[in-house]
Ligand binder design. Structure first.
Ligand code: ADP
Length: 547
């Protein structure tokens, strides 16, 4: 449903009367201007990716009205962000910063604490502050999307690439803060950031890295976007996947443009899976694989065509293996089992020799087939991979949502060693539990030299309470079963943040106790994104907020 009338009316912040709330909102309007504070009291509209709501999670996993803000604030500058933070402390109202809010599958723009005021940074703070062509770096505000950064670089005709995730509409800064990934050699977005400007929960302004050393005559430090750690403890990490600060500016390294060649390799048998992983590991460790390639189960070849499940299979149960096989046999990938999407970088000679090494490494797996984009029809998914892997933002991945009516999705993404044995354990758990809860299994493995992100996309009908319940139950059981084997998620939807955080519990939760110590020191009133990544300020702890 696109627009749902509100049953519950305006959702107030916890422990706040309507009177106290109205007084606080009036004060916030004084700070930001009438038009820049908007109550969230209208019907909830899910919209779609490019017209996404900042009022709630458009991909509701539970009742849509459970994860809503009370109001949305639009600061226009870092000084106004500081004013919002001071306001939140004064009125004891929780705030939840978002950059653009297209964090689809992870909670979108929804705050973890219902009734919090969402601080939508991106609407007005959306400037590309600098592109330094010599240093191959940039400095952006929260509202800069991958599309916007890409277009600016094209406009300036600079020989630089950005690194985009599968969908290009998100915030460059927001995605990096949530430790999202892309697919060029600069795919680890947080690892390729350099320098931040952060508003702390008490309103203080901080620059990290070399930015802490003032430049000449009050200029920004000339190496702020050149050297990451600077001097003393490397503090940037604690501002990612946390609620310790609001990042208002962030620097990023950009890649020099280069030659590139994307390709697809298919493998015939399901049982080849551990051997494929074993073959990839040395290629990745030797640096032959220049980016993070994807290994996907052939089930996805059906999905990425953008055709609905009903096109392939009339039943409601997961599409049976034989049916996938029958259809795959008619498609460009042929009757196969696993599909590898890779890209090589450099000049033509170097790419050709890399491809020879790769083919010879996979020759141990009988029946593998190698395809270049020119071997495949123009609408084949490989062409869109080739764009993403050379820094061009696309929206092709939205086709996933055609699978079911009212489709929404959740990602389950554990980290495993790049070893056939471990990959098999996680895959088997996924196969079994997806069957148990009757969902199609769509695994994509992003394989690096030492670890892999095993990512499954759970697609459910968000108009069906039964499907939502089953999707959430599947997530919960996947998290606990894989944790028992020693594997943990790198990122999760806000509803599962507590459960995932609890799996990182070595030595009597030493890590969470450390996080809580930092949280309480920086945010004694507990106003900034309480509960994000399972970190609850003292005010909320042990009072039934944890899920
Ligand atoms: P995107 O539009 O790229 O998907 P979001 O704006 O949804 O990114 O950000 C993802 C999550 O990261 C948010 O839900 C929020 O918890 C956190 N976040 C985003 N931007 C900031 C920021 N500038 N400072 C602190 N946390 C942020």
């Amino acid at each position: 449903p696109d627009s749902v009338p509100r049953r519950g009316g305006l959702r107030l912040p916890p422990d706040t009367s309507r009177e106290a709330f109205d007084e606080a909102i009036a004060a916030l309007k004084q700070e930001l201007g009438q038009a820049n504070v908007v109550l969230n009291d209208k019907p909830l509209v899910d919209g779609w990716y490019l017209e996404h709501p900042n009022t709630h999670d458009a991909f509701a996993v539970i009742d849509q009205e459970e994860l809503v803000s009370s109001a949305i604030a639009y600061p226009g500058s870092t000084a106004e962000v500081q004013a919002v933070v001071k306001w939140a402390n004064k009125f004891a109202i929780p705030i939840y910063p978002i950059s653009i809010g297209r964090n689809v599958g992870y909670g979108g723009s929804a705050p973890r604490v219902p009734g919090a005021v969402v601080v939508d940074l991106g609407r007005r703070m959306n400037k590309i502050l600098n592109i330094d062509a010599e240093n191959a770096s940039c400095m952006v505000e929260p509202g800069v999307s991958y599309f916007a950064l890409y277009e600016e670089i094209q406009k300036k005709k600079l020989p630089l690439w950005i690194d985009t995730p599968d969908l290009g509409g998100g915030s460059v800064l927001g995605n990096a803060i949530d430790r999202g990934v892309g697919y060029t050699p600069f795919g680890d977005h947080f690892a390729n950031h350099c320098g931040m400007e952060v508003v702390l929960p008490n309103g203080e302004l901080l620059r990290t890295g070399m930015g802490a050393l003032p430049g000449k005559n009050g200029a920004d430090n000339p190496t702020w976007q050149s050297f990451q750690p600077a001097y003393g403890p490397y503090s940037d990490g604690i501002f990612s996947q946390s609620n310790f600060g609001i990042v208002c500016q962030m620097g990023f390294w950009l890649m020099r443009e280069t030659g590139h060649q994307s390709y697809m390799i298919t493998f015939p048998r399901d049982e080849d899976f551990p051997n494929i992983v074993e073959a990839i590991r040395p290629l990745a460790q030797k640096g032959i694989l220049g980016n993070i390639p994807q290994l996907r189960h052939v089930a996805q070849e059906l999905n990425v065509t953008g055709k609905p499940k009903s096109h392939w299979y009339a039943g409601t149960s997961p599409v049976p293996r034989e049916v996938i096989q029958k259809h795959a046999a008619q498609m460009p990938c042929g009757d196969c089992s696993w599909v590898f999407y890779g890209t090589q970088y450099g000049d033509e000679t170097s790419i050709n020799s890399q491809l020879e090494i790769i083919k010879s490494a996979f020759s141990s797996i009988k029946g593998f087939k190698f395809f270049l984009p020119s071997d495949l029809p123009p609408d084949h998914y490989l062409h869109s991979r080739a764009l993403v892997c050379s820094g061009v933002p696309v929206l092709r991945e939205l086709d996933w949502l055609n699978w079911k009516p009212n489709a929404a999705h959740l990602f389950f993404s554990p980290i495993t060693p790049t070893r056939g044995e471990d990959a098999t354990v996680v895959h088997d758990i996924n196969v079994r539990l997806h069957q148990k809860y009757a969902f199609d299994l769509f695994p994509t493995l992003c394989v690096a030299g030492r670890e892999m992100h095993y990512i499954t996309n759970i697609i459910y009908d968000r108009s069906s309470d039964d499907e939502k319940r089953r999707a959430a139950a599947l997530m919960r059981e996947l998290i606990s079963e894989t944790a028992r084997e020693g594997y943990g998620e790198y990122r999760t939807h806000i509803l599962f943040a507590d459960q995932v955080a609890r799996t990182y519990n070595w030595n009597n939760n030493a890590l969470m106790r450390f996080n809580e110590t930092i949280k309480d020191a920086l945010d004694p009133n507990g106003i900034l994104a309480p509960g994000r990544n399972g970190i609850w300020p003292k005010k909320y702890r042990g009072k039934g907020w944890e899920l």
